[in-house]
Design a protein around this ligand. Structure first.
Ligand code: C5P
Length: 356
């Protein structure tokens, strides 16, 4: 155990550079092919011995995080205790979460806190689980928790919990995040996607109405020369905008090639998110936010995960600063943040009492 008996882990938010969603499975989840990308917006999670399990949440949106056993970090503690047994069975912890990742924003903040709790308790209890074993526990807690442990850029399959790190040059990508004035529930967004797909299937595969066409969208707002391109960089399919599926889901070759090239312009063109039409249908103001970012020169734009945060890729740090300033002046979001990616997954911070 550490001096002072407290361990603090730092955990990143994530974007999905591709999020391809298959049909709803029998267990209620959707099969995914996704490219996760960890970005430099971090929560901190401290675990320390206590007489009973508990959680305190401070920082960005803390009042909207459950502080009882529904808290994902506490669920992670319970899952880890069950996995390691032994002395951990009797050990109780207090978890303190300092939030910078907004809540219910599509950035996997809850999953980040769960990953932080896993790593901090693994260290506090000297459980000795390796990355892979922690990943197995993480997958039981939530679909995005395993990636929050791993970080970097990685392909996710299954519910998103089966991970393969993406080999790519050490490029730092510069992103601007536009935080929305409101939240979206992930299950609601998946359910909306199912409804849009059912409507589309009912309408013989065509968008059901001109109004709904924008909801169905392409997953990638059009911009200049990219107009009409599919989110995966392929030419548009005959018959107009890409259908919301369900269709066979596959890893975007265009995105993987772009990531290997390290060229942000190519990466920007290859971003795609199947959940985007559903997020926009539930939160129509996002359409304006996405369009504004592209007009202001972003190389690519997309809704982060299930939203409502929007992410914009810039060609370098200066462009990101310009974009952030212009976006916050345009009145199309609550606030903005500049972040870079990829960044490492969950790391234990040095103990301030022993660090020089
Ligand atoms: O796994 P997690 O608790 O983060 O997922 C939250 C919700 O998002 C699930 O209950 C489900 O409604 C939806 N989801 C899904 N398919 C996935 C991941 C999440 O339908 N692959």
């Amino acid at each position: 155990m550490r001096a002072g008996g407290a361990v603090t882990a730092r955990v990143p938010a994530k974007l999905n550079l591709q999020l391809a969603v298959g049909p709803r499975r029998a267990d209620g989840y959707h099969g995914l092919v996704t490219v996760f990308h960890a970005v430099s917006l971090f929560d901190e999670v401290t675990a320390e011995p206590a007489s009973q399990d508990g959680v305190t949440v401070t920082g960005e949106g803390a009042d909207r995080v459950p502080a009882d056993k529904d808290n994902l970090a506490l669920r992670a503690v319970t899952a880890l205790r069950a996995a390691v047994g032994g002395a951990a069975r009797a050990a109780r912890v207090h978890i303190t979460i300092t939030k910078r990742i907004p809540v219910a924003a599509g950035l996997a903040g809850g999953s980040a806190d769960a990953a932080g709790a896993l790593v901090a308790c693994n260290e506090l209890w000297r459980s000795g689980l390796d990355q892979q074993q922690l990943g197995t526990v993480a997958a039981k807690v939530g679909s995005d928790v395993a990636f929050a442990l791993l970080g970097g850029t990685a392909v996710g399959r299954g519910r998103g919990e089966q991970l393969t790190p993406a080999l790519a040059p050490a490029t730092a990508y510069h992103w601007v995040l536009a935080f929305a004035d409101g939240q979206l529930s992930t299950p609601d967004v998946y359910a909306m996607l199912d409804r849009l797909r059912a409507r589309q299937a009912g309408a013989g595969g065509e968008p059901p109405s001109p109004g709904a066409k924008a909801e169905l969208g392409t997953g990638q707002p059009s911009r200049g020369g990219a107009r009409g391109e599919r989110g995966d960089g392929q030419p548009p399919r005959a018959g107009g905008p890409r259908k919301v599926g369900p269709r066979e889901i596959e890893l975007s070759a265009a995105l993987m090639t772009a990531l290997r090239s390290g060229d942000p312009t190519r990466v920007g063109r290859a971003l795609s998110n199947d959940l985007q039409p559903a997020a926009v249908a539930l939160f129509p103001a996002l359409r304006k936010t996405l369009a504004a970012g592209l007009e202001l020169g972003a190389l690519g734009a997309l809704v982060a995960g299930s939203g409502p945060t929007c992410a914009f890729l810039a060609s370098n740090a200066n462009r990101a600063l310009d974009l952030a300033v212009s976006l916050s002046g345009a009145g199309v979001c609550r606030s903005v943040a500049r972040v870079t990616g990829p960044v490492p997954g969950t790391v234990i911070l040095p103990d301030p009492k022993t660090a020089k």
